[in-house]
Design a protein around this ligand. Structure first.
Ligand code: NAD
Length: 432
């Protein structure tokens, strides 16, 4: 099959590379010239484990190419995926659909035969109808399908190749046949292909993200209770997560959710609900609780250093919103560092992959090349993102090089006894 992927970001590049690995001929298109130039040189514009090798092998096999020329990219395609960004619209929290609509128009203007236009970007319910309207207005012939993406950054290739489910929103038999063919190689892995209406598929994506954000926020509030009354949130998570009806995932207490999806998608879902006179009070609370939590984590660190951070040096380990990615979009570290700087602290930081993306976002932060140099002479060390590299730190060494031996672990990656034995005062989350 000939597939065009419009938008070569975290989702488009991974999806394009995986689809080419299935044997399809894929052309990844992006407006960003430097991104396409880098890919043509064999350089990855993002950090995602396994991606460089996957791209390299499929480029060599002649199944994967890159271009800035959308017209050439979509010409003769059987399926054109839209994987452009849908960020929060400045000021009001609605999803900004301008990139999606611009891409749809351009695709419609350049396809040379009837094909399937597949929206993979996360878009509010009804967007597919508008894309279809644009296609008709241009006078092109195409079926418009919703196929939301559920991959997680950091495990994106595995998620794309072994998904829990593939949701396809269309009721058109021809479009269903094309989509079956796109995903046929995955049927070997028995990935459930779920067909439903286009609007329903669009809602599924937002409902899934809102539910996961709710799970995280729920356990974060329970962790506050554990701290107040003396309980261990890790054991609470395990104790409830072993119940099959609940499940163990997304029950890790921490600094609040962030990243490129949950914050913007929960907001956009609320906007859709408001526009339709529907109250989504659970999601409203989730958004509110998560927002206050970010600053609360700043207060937690300040309390750990004695209640006054003015002039203190705070070392931060981990900046990206989660491990195994370089994505800094809405990372909890941003709000935390701002809160610490507002309180007068001097912040230094290290991240295994995120430094390049973090630099322009973090003013007056000193960046270091490893965890020990961050700790040297600092008044406290704070673990914000649970990279593997931070899971087995030489804690005795950390205790000896810190100015004051204080470790704040916002991801609960250490057993308290272990840290205290190394001579560090330890603050974690929800272990009262
Ligand atoms: P991204 O910002 O990394 O990539 C989007 C790319 O689209 C950019 O490179 C941009 O230059 C390009 N682009 C924009 N308009 C274009 C056009 N008209 N023609 C060609 N290229 C164009 O975004 P992302 O993280 O890959 O997310 C894409 C979509 O997928 C979003 O809707 C997001 O919500 C959704 N999603 C993301 C994830 C994730 O983990 N990042 C997971 C599931 C779904």
């Amino acid at each position: 099959m000939r597939i065009a992927m419009i938008g070569t970001g975290y989702v488009g590049l991974v999806s394009g590379a995986c689809l080419s690995d299935f044997g399809h001929n894929v052309v990844c298109v992006d407006k960003a010239e430097e991104k396409i130039a880098a890919l043509k040189r064999g350089e990855m514009p993002i950090f995602e484990p396994g991606l460089a090798d996957l791209v390299d092998s499929n480029v060599r096999a002649g199944r994967l190419t890159f271009t800035t020329d959308l017209a050439a990219g979509v010409d003769d395609a059987d399926a054109v995926f839209i994987a452009v960004g849908t960020p929060s619209r400045r000021g009001d929290g609605h999803a900004d659909l301008s990139y999606v609509f611009a891409a749809a128009r351009e695709i419609a203007e350049h396809i040379s035969k009837p094909c399937v236009i597949v929206t993979k970007s996360t878009v509010p319910v009804g967007t597919g109808d508008e894309v279809e309207r644009i296609v008709r207005e241009v006078g092109a012939e195409a079926w418009v399908v919703s196929n939301p993406e559920f991959l997680r950054e950091g495990a994106a290739i595995e998620d794309f190749k072994r998904p829990d489910r593939i949701v396809i929103g269309t009721e058109d038999a021809d479009a269903i046949a094309v989509m079956r063919e796109v995903y046929r190689p995955l049927s070997l892995n028995q990935a459930p292909l779920m067909f439903t209406g286009r609007r329903t598929a669009e809602i599924i994506k937002y409902a899934a993200n809102a539910f996961l954000a709710t799970k995280i926020t729920f356990i974060n509030e329970i962790s506050d209770l554990c701290e107040a009354v003396g309980g261990d949130v890790k054991d609470v998570s395990r104790g409830i997560g072993l119940d099959n009806r609940i499940g163990p995932k997304f029950l890790h207490a921490g600094p609040g959710y962030g990243g490129s999806c949950f914050p913007k998608d929960t907001l956009a879902l609320l906007k859709t609900a408001q526009d339709n006179d529907v109250a989504l009070r659970v999601v409203e609370s989730v958004v509110q609780v998560n927002e206050t939590r970010k600053r609360a984590m700043g207060r937690k660190v300040i309390k750990a250093v004695g209640g006054d951070a003015r002039g203190k040096i705070i070392g931060v380990l981990g900046l990206t919103f989660k491990p195994n990615t370089d994505d800094m979009r809405d990372a909890p570290s941003l709000a935390l560092i701002q809160a610490l700087q507002d309180a007068g602290a001097v912040v230094r930081a290290y991240d295994p992959e995120g430094l390049e993306q973090a630099r322009p976002l973090l003013k007056d932060v000193e960046f270091h090349g490893d965890p020990y140099s961050v700790a040297e002479g600092a008044d406290a060390l704070v673990i914000v993102t649970e990279w593997d590299e931070f899971r087995a730190l030489d804690l005795k060494r950390i205790a000896s090089i810190l100015n004051t031996p204080i470790l704040v672990d916002l991801r609960n990656i250490y057993p308290p006894e272990h840290v205290e034995r190394a001579g560090l005062a330890y603050t974690s989350v929800g272990r009262g």
